[in-house]
Design a protein around this ligand. Structure first.
Ligand code: AR6
Length: 181
């Protein structure tokens, strides 16, 4: 498996299971309830153990009683995963593209990076938010992700290393082709 480094090495495009990434934070493609689900969300809760759900319950009782809105992000422990934190974010459900999906997807990446920066984290790994169960077309998501990360790193020194972790080589290749790399 070969990694592709972009943006002067600050963006690393890779493949694999995000739950085994040795980074300061892994991002979870959660849903508003923060109570777990399928896809990468299920994998993160399984790998990290009950400490994550426990903290999510506390967050629901205190800061987000109505649930975490799409486009926002909130950190918890990563439990027993190698990472220190999980940053939970809620991607938009794809409804055809004219319901603000692009802005919401950009918000997910920007808000997660902001939370990582606030925690002084050096490395963060993102899954391809919304491109699974939520149905966001991969090519369209790719351009938004690349533009959002490019913008963020222009004005922020942390996190230094931003990993995009695709679940398959095919998904990684779709991403790279969509951004012309
Ligand atoms: N590591 C890396 N990527 C993964 C992994 C993994 N272990 N597992 C899946 N993917 P999805 P969404 C990829 O469906 O579209 C949940 O039920 C997958 O191939 O996990 O944002 C939540 O609770 C895809 O490319 O997230 C929500 O209800 C990408 O991760 C809903 O799904 C995202 O797919 C969120 O849907």
């Amino acid at each position: 498996m070969s990694n592709k480094e972009l943006l002067n090495g600050r963006l690393i495009v890779t493949t694999g299971d995000i739950t085994s990434m040795k980074v300061d934070a892994v991002v979870n493609a959660a849903n508003s309830s923060l109570m777990g689900g399928g896809g990468v969300d299920g994998a993160i809760h399984r790998a990290g153990g009950p400490a994550i759900l426990q903290e999510c319950r506390e967050i629901r009782k205190t800061i987000y009683p109505e649930g975490l809105p799409a486009g926002d992000a909130v950190p918890t422990t990563a439990g027993s995963m190698p990472a220190e934190y999980v940053i939970h974010t809620v991607g938009p459900v794809w409804h055809g593209g004219s319901s603000g999906e692009a802005d919401k997807l950009a918000d997910c990446y920007r808000r997660s990076l902001e939370e990582a920066e606030k925690l002084n984290l050096h490395s963060i790994a993102f899954p391809a938010i919304s491109t699974g169960i939520y149905g966001y077309p991969r090519e369209k998501a790719a351009k938004i992700v690349y533009d959002t990360v490019s913008d963020f790193i222009k004005s922020n020194e942390l996190p230094e290393k931003i990993y995009l972790v695709f679940y398959s080589i095919n998904d990684k290749n779709i991403f790279l082709a969509a951004i012309g790399k």
